[in-house]
Design a binder for this molecule. Structure first.
Ligand SMILES: [Zn+2]
Length: 242
């Protein structure tokens, strides 16, 4: 009741001030925190692997900082799914696969633009292992992605060709999951693509911002947030979770 009154008061205030209704709605929604994950909610832990943290082959700045945050919120979730970037040697996303090309350049592949990365997360190497400090015993599924030699896969749902599916959507829907909370690495690549695909598949989608860290390559972080906001991905903090 209190929340409804606050929301209504806020909408009236916003209307009086001439704010767009969408902004008022977003603000009202923010006030309705904290969020209590239920049986239809899942925490997705994206690519918290040695390769993406300090000392790894493609370390995300401060990537290791997400581990403590994720460990803290995980007990609130009955359902947890992790992903693992899992490339064969000579993968299409590796700069080393193209003579004369360097990491962080882009090239055009059959499915579109591809950023070239240092060799990373090669299957069954210590670099590809999940961070040993993750402490989430109730994790139910680990989705490995990026294992097709000629296709990258930032998203946990759909590979970079936009067609090849990982099976995660079917798994979550068969289990009655309706809400997806995304954490992990990196905000502007695998986390963002996962969140956008979750939205496109009809899930209510949240990004837990402080449970993620970004690479931010040529403005990629701002671009990712803009796209996610446009598509209705909700941006929350770990403290918003009850
Ligand atoms: Zn990769």
């Amino acid at each position: 009741m209190m929340r409804i009154q606050r929301r209504r008061a806020l909408q009236m205030l916003s209307a009086a001030a001439g704010f767009p209704l969408a902004a008022a709605a977003a603000r009202a929604w923010a006030l309705s925190s904290p969020i209590k994950p239920d049986a239809a909610s899942v925490l997705l832990v994206v690519d918290v692997q040695n390769c993406f943290i300090a000392g790894g082959s493609l370390a995300v700045p401060h990537g290791e900082d997400v581990v403590a945050v994720i460990n803290r919120i995980a007990p609130a979730f009955q359902n947890v799914v992790m992903t693992q970037d899992w490339h064969p040697a000579g993968h299409a996303s590796f700069a080393s696969s193209y003579p004369g090309r360097k990491p962080f350049e882009s090239i055009k592949l059959s499915y579109g633009e591809q950023v070239l990365w240092p060799d990373h997360c090669v299957q069954d190497t210590p670099d590809a292992a999940l961070d040993k400090d993750l402490n989430i015993p109730q994790t139910q599924l680990i989705v490995r992605k990026g294992f097709h030699r000629n296709i990258d896969s930032y998203s946990a749902f759909k590979e970079a060709d936009g067609k090849t599916l990982t099976g995660l959507e079917g798994y979550l829907k068969e289990r009655g999951i309706r809400r997806v909370f995304v954490s992990g690495l990196a905000t502007d690549f695998c986390v963002a693509w996962t969140a956008l695909d979750a939205r496109a598949s009809g899930f209510e989608t949240y990004i837990i911002e402080d449970a993620c860290r970004a690479i931010d390559l040529k403005g990629s972080l701002a671009a990712a947030w803009q796209k996610m906001t446009q598509q209705g991905v909700r941006r929350i903090q770990s403290t918003d979770i009850a």
